[in-house]
Design a protein around this ligand. Sequence first.
Ligand SMILES: O=C1C[C@@](O)(C(=O)O)C[C@@H](O)[C@@H]1O
Length: 224
Amino acid sequence: MELDFDSFVLAASTADLSEEPTAREHADAIEFRMDLTDEPLAALEAYDGELPLLATNRADWEGGDADEDGRLEALTEATGFDAVAAIDVELESIVDGDAEETLETARNRDVSIVASAHDFEGTPPRTGLVRTLTEAGKYADVAKLAVTADSKADTLAVLSATEQLTAHGDTVATMAMGDVGSHTRAVAPVYGSKIGYAPVDPAAATAPGQYDLETLSELVTRLE
Ligand SMILES: O=C1C[C@@](O)(C(=O)O)C[C@@H](O)[C@@H]1O
């Protein structure tokens, strides 16, 4: 399956692929959080849903649950499944040189790459946001950055960086986590952000401040 990020992609974030039929009505893709389930490759093997998958195997040092041992290997293996249209790779793994094989395999298989960075502590100054997104964009089809907003000024920095990079022709996905940042999930697409994440089941949010899928879908559609 294919996923292009020329227009906004709403991804239903889940560790349970059996949620796909429920997600279908509102989502364009499923973000499959491999790190939050026990047998992710078996789940991929059994998947027969309609929505393309963005596979994420989030490292424990980046807010996820995957042990480093075999983490990128499992992600590489995931690119072999037809339904996997894109993978998310941590920018830090890319910069460290650990993800070379994963990136090469994905490219050979026409699987898109999202290079991601997360800040669970705060929001760096705008110039830092632009720098990180520009760096991520060198390696990937989409440069993704999720930060934690403590103030409205933080959310404006995220939106402003999003607008700048989009105007420059870069493909970015941005969001501010936490309560103060929630609205950026609805508004960032207006400034060019190309991926939004929302849980099908609000009780199973994969990041602080997420809206449930139906709500984010409605907000983004109305603001479009
Ligand atoms: O990186 C992201 C973005 C995210 O952290 C969010 O803030 O919506 C949710 C994660 O599932 C996803 O992998």
